[in-house]
Design a protein around this ligand. Structure first.
Ligand code: BG6
Length: 488
């Protein structure tokens, strides 16, 4: 790999400590970083290089998936980290930074390839992009790339403005929008599993699939993020990005020998085929919830509106369940139920594919033990694929017995989402990043939900913390004759 300068805005922030430094370290150990790799960490407060390096080391010790940190490797890894004070609105700071980066690149005698990682609030994206452009930091003899974190806008309009401001300095193919769900190992496998296994590929449509359920539940509440979360809610925080990306990754039908562009093109097709809601009928397919007081893991917890810094009368959503329809050749008639919530019974992200029961009609065995076939992708906390089948009960030959085929991978051996994503960005592979058109189409799809919430056209259901959400979410499926699988 060619030499790379990694320029990190927000180097003293939480994300850098928890995710970015451990990811870089594990990439280094796995020999996935270039020989010549240097990091310029940027932040507002003063910090010497040795103190910065000590902070990076601390973050590895706390958050790296590799718990054993070997001193020799650590030294080699950490010596390329430098820290510079930079005020994002201060143009001079960018010029000084450019001089230092150029000196470093000249020393190495290589082409200049620069990756700018914005681990800062989105309100700074536009200013930073403009200053990168103006200062000359964006002029490289090799490539330049921009990595940004969510949230990408607050609604369709603000997302468009944000995109506009980035495009002053970066072309679409240079922008890597992180959606960390796309970095989860199981999510990265979905397309390959579907396209390389005839047993799946042959069944991947409305002839065999009855419905699909995508769940991402958490037990945590709003934590210390009241300011952000009370403006965002579950719909913006999880649904518009992670949940719709999961839907896209699962439902694309790709040719063999897929390229990045194919995957992105197919995702766009899915989003374009999604039946658009109108704000008047949002309430019949979307359930809005907010957690009340309850019990999590045996401990009492307060309701959302009693959380610190949340207004007592907040009607913000901490749960959403929605029924979606994809109106295309493959998926017409298959309901997709998607839900995500905070303060739920368990932490779990999973996809359940429920198959139809054609044998019922053609005289297959009738038995109360018989269940529909299920294909389950557990995405986190554990990674697991299981297939639920029906077999004969050896104890009672008249009876049917469920049988499970189960594949389980322990998370400890797997690279983390951020390792996958940063590694891909360093290699210029944008398959698992959100393309602007996907982001725009996702905002477009949720826009009527935002309007309906805003105008209070959808009831707000309060659910007890530590449960599976409001009962209205169960009714959403019950009216189609289904239920959420695996709710305990
Ligand atoms: C983030 C949301 O994007 O995803 C958080 O902002 C949420 O509110 C988190 O907790 C969930 O991620 P994961 O990987 O723990 O499922």
């Amino acid at each position: 790999m060619e030499a790379i300068t990694f320029v990190l805005f927000g180097a003293t922030g939480d994300l850098a400590k928890r995710k970015i430094y451990p990811a870089l370290y594990n990439l280094f150990i796995d020999q996935k970083l270039p020989e010549s790799f240097s990091v310029f960490g940027l932040g507002r407060r003063e910090l010497s290089d040795p103190d910065f390096q000590a902070n990076v080391e601390k973050s590895l010790r706390m958050f790296s998936r590799r718990k054993v940190i070997d001193q020799e490797n650590l030294q080699k890894f950490i010596e390329v980290f430098r820290y510079r004070v930079l005020d994002v609105g201060h143009k001079e700071d960018y010029k000084t930074l450019l001089q230092e980066i150029e000196q470093q690149e000249q020393k190495l005698g290589t082409k200049s390839n620069r990756m700018f990682y914005l681990s800062v609030g989105p309100q700074f994206f536009g200013t930073i992009a403009a200053n990168i452009q103006e200062s000359g930091l964006g002029k490289t003899s090799g490539w330049k790339r921009l990595v940004i974190e969510k949230p990408f806008g607050h609604d369709l309009q603000s997302a468009r403005e944000l995109n506009e401001s980035l495009s002053i300095a970066f072309k679409e193919e240079e922008i890597f929008r992180i959606d960390h769900y796309l970095g989860k190992p199981m999510v990265q496998k979905l397309e390959v599993l579907q396209n390389n296994n005839p047993v799946f590929k042959a069944l991947w449509d409305n002839r065999y699939i009855a419905n699909i359920q995508i769940t991402s539940n958490e037990t945590v509440g709003v934590e210390e993020r009241a300011g952000y979360y009370d403006q965002a809610g579950a719909v913006r925080d999880m649904f518009q990005n992670h949940m719709l990306q999961l839907l896209m990754m699962l439902t694309t039908h790709s040719p063999n020998n897929t390229t990045n562009d194919d995957v992105r093109e197919k995702k766009k097709i899915v989003m374009n085929s999604l039946e658009q809601l109108h704000k008047e009928d949002v309430k019949s397919s979307v359930i809005r919830g907010q957690y009340g007081a309850g019990v999590i893991d045996g401990n009492p917890v307060v309701g959302y509106t009693s959380e610190p810094n949340i207004p007592e009368d907040s009607s913000n959503d901490t749960f959403i369940a929605a029924k979606l329809k994809i109106d295309d050749y493959f998926w017409r008639g298959v309901p997709f139920y998607i839900r995500t919530g905070k303060r739920m019974k368990e932490k779990s992200t999973r996809i359940v594919i429920e198959f139809k029961e054609p044998l019922k009609k053609s005289g297959g065995t009738q038995d109360e033990n018989k269940k529909p076939n299920l294909l389950v992708f557990e995405i986190s906390p554990d990674e697991r694929i299981s297939l639920h089948l029906n077999t004969r009960d050896p104890q009672n030959k008249e009876k049917i017995k469920p049988m499970y085929i189960d594949f389980h991978e322990t998370q400890a051996n797997l690279p983390e989402a951020y390792e996958n994503l940063i590694g891909d960005a360093l290699n210029g592979d944008s398959t698992f990043f959100a393309h602007w058109e996907e982001v725009e189409l996702s905002w477009q799809w949720v826009e009527p939900i935002l309007e309906a919430y805003n105008e209070n056209l959808v009831p707000l259901h309060i659910y007890a913390a530590g449960t599976n959400g409001p009962s209205a979410s169960d009714e959403l499926l019950a009216q189609d004759g289904y239920h959420w699988w695996f709710d305990q």
